[in-house]
Design a protein around this ligand. Structure first.
Ligand code: NAP
Length: 547
């Protein structure tokens, strides 16, 4: 019965839904759509599942969120059977986990690897999307779901002579599966963002010499990784209900204790003691278990920023290097703060040199290394840790055309416009998981929440025999303005002058506007839930006959 109905409603469809990407988002979406009985295909450019954790294999790659909540919550069995070995799992462990999920839930049979989507075009008459791939396929679907990730589109600066280097060149986000042997090699690393900060201590251990080319110094919090013992694992497993409850209530999707305390509520001595405790606890606990106003009040932020500057001066022995590593002129959080594993300590090694390419920019890559305005450097291996065209980049890389042939890239030229990060007016039945203007937070809970919303939306369309839905322009404008307004209540937009991907300013020519939602993941989830409850308010529906 259901089968006959499906054929009548969808005679021209190859799949009812196509999901692009087989990382955390794509696999969660596939599982839900399958549960609903839809025919689904997941198209993935890589030769394996795992998304970020498939691609980013650089040495030292690991999560910045703690393992017990940087994971799926949908299956109690999965939570019970998977044993995290560390506080912050390494890339190999994350990749094993996601591959285990693919097997455990029999997902692979609907995932088509080594298939990059080149274009997706909406047809107003049939309310369908036609996708073309680099494998020469043309696929028609009703629901086009982007699971392409928040930070997945590489940014490789167009240095003069970029391809002239005769040694080996690697980009952190496209790391070779067989690994790279740095032993006895002279290595140059360009960049000091989260990727470089994880890779540098590892490369330094093996390289004969490592030269780090730094443009903007970062505020690096110590991660303080440690193995997880059996007792701690069992404790977490027993308390998972509480973990997810706290995650749902936390503004950044982490089960951390909100302090209900502001910086200037306490004396300077108490401030120091509290910041010291956060610093010793490690990672994002420095932000979320210290003072609630750290990311809101510039004066409070300066106290936290100065505390980090003092730590750098204490850790790094050479005063000139310490000074160069010390961030100034922008607030902690103006750029996404990375968590380090012996990062500052690495600059005490004799085989590591820091070069300031803010003062003396890189002018060109040469056959033997690179030149700056001040000097020439030679090495055997060049590592580009130059980041990503984050949040919008992966979507802009596909030629997505909505109603009337409008390109998403053109529509977003002056900045992304979405409703709840989940879709954009003029692009019916395009659903985006963790899209632009969705919360910057611990990603897996946001992904699961978005997947739930999209599942509800598609169910609503099917139940009511509606061909398509898209955000109204008014709803989208409201949400876009709201993301700007809440960002302006924080210190994050102040990162615009230091190439922050939050603001799009790390990519030359990209619109400089807040790309993420800082109003709290918990508030965002509440808002999305209300939209569902109110029959998808803010959306327009197309009742035209289905294809
Ligand atoms: P990133 O933070 O954007 O850092 C890129 C680095 O390359 C910056 O230091 C940048 O300098 C430098 N750079 C770019 N173009 C340059 C040029 N033309 N000349 C000199 N230097 C140049 O990128 P990322 O380190 O890959 O991290 C991106 C994001 O991915 C992170 O913020 C984080 O959200 C995520 N990430 C997460 C983890 C984790 O959770 N474990 C690990 C890695 C990455 P400027 O700062 O001056 O632009």
């Amino acid at each position: 019965m259901a089968k006959t109905e499906k054929v009548e409603r969808s005679p021209k469809l190859d799949y009812e839904a196509i999901v692009v990407g087989a990382g955390f988002s794509g696999m969660a979406m596939l599982r839900k759509l399958r549960e609903m009985g839809l025919s689904v295909r997941v198209l993935e450019a890589a030769n394996g599942v795992g998304g970020t954790w498939h691609w980013n294999r650089y040495p030292g790659a690991r999560t910045d969120c703690e393992s017990w909540y940087y994971c799926y919550s949908f299956s109690k069995e999965l939570l019970d059977e998977w044993n995290w070995t560390e506080r912050y799992p390494s890339q190999p462990e994350m990749n094993r986990y996601l591959n285990h999920v693919a097997d455990r839930f029999d997902l692979r049979r609907d995932i088509q690897l080594e298939t990059r989507v080149l274009s997706a075009v909406y047809d107003d008459k049939s309310n369908t999307w036609t996708l073309k791939t680099n494998t020469g396929e043309t696929l028609v679907t009703r629901y086009f779901i982007s699971a392409m990730g928040f930070i997945s589109q590489p940014n490789i600066p167009n240095f003069k002579g970029r391809d002239s280097f005769k040694g080996e060149t690697y980009f952190t986000g496209l790391w070779p599966h067989e690994g790279v042997d740095f032993k006895g090699k002279r290595v140059g690393v360009i960049g000091t963002g989260a990727s470089a900060i994880q890779a540098i201590p590892f490369i330094a251990q093996d390289a004969s010499h490592l030269t780090v080319f730094q443009r903007t110094p970062n505020y690096v919090m110590p991660a303080r990784n440690h193995p997880l013992g059996e007792e701690q694992r069992e404790y977490i497993k027993k308390n998972y209900d509480d973990v997810w409850k706290k995650v749902r209530q936390h503004s950044f999707g982490m089960p951390l204790e909100v302090q209900n305390r502001n910086t200037f509520d306490v004396s300077p001595e108490e401030q120091r003691a509290i910041l010291e405790k956060g610093w010793q606890s490690g990672g994002f606990r420095y932000v979320f278990e210290t003072f609630d106003d750290m990311m809101m009040d510039p004066k409070a932020n300066e106290v936290a920023s100065e505390f980090i500057r003092e730590q750098i001066r204490q850790i790094v022995k050479d005063p000139a290097t310490a000074e160069m590593l010390t961030p100034k002129g922008y607030p902690f959080g103006g750029k996404r703060p990375p968590a380090g594993h012996g990062y500052y300590e690495t600059f005490n090694r004799d085989n590591v040199t820091l070069v300031d390419v803010q003062a003396n920019p890189i002018t060109e890559i040469t056959p033997t290394g690179l030149k700056t305005t001040a000097a020439e450097y030679e090495f055997d291996i060049l590592v580009l840790a130059t980041g990503f065209d984050a949040v919008t980049g992966a979507l802009a890389n596909v030629d997505i055309r909505g109603r009337d042939g409008i390109a998403l890239k053109d529509k977003w030229q002056d900045g992304a416009k979405t409703y709840l990060g989940l879709g954009s007016a003029g692009f019916p039945n395009l659903f985006i998981i963790i899209g632009p203007q969705s919360p910057f937070a611990n990603m897996p809970p946001s992904i699961e929440h978005n997947v739930g919303f999209i599942t509800n939306a598609i169910d609503h369309l099917r139940q009511n025999n509606i061909a398509a839905m898209e955000p109204s322009t008014a709803a989208e404008e409201d949400w876009t303005q709201h993301t700007i307004d809440v960002a302006n209540m924080t210190v994050m937009p102040l990162g615009v002058n230091v190439n922050s991907w939050f603001m799009g300013s790390n990519i030359p020519g990209k619109a400089q506007i807040i790309n993420v939602y800082f109003g709290g993941a918990n508030n965002y989830y509440d808002r999305c839930d209300l939209v569902v409850k109110n029959g998808f308010e803010g959306y327009n529906f197309h009742h035209s006959p289905a294809a």
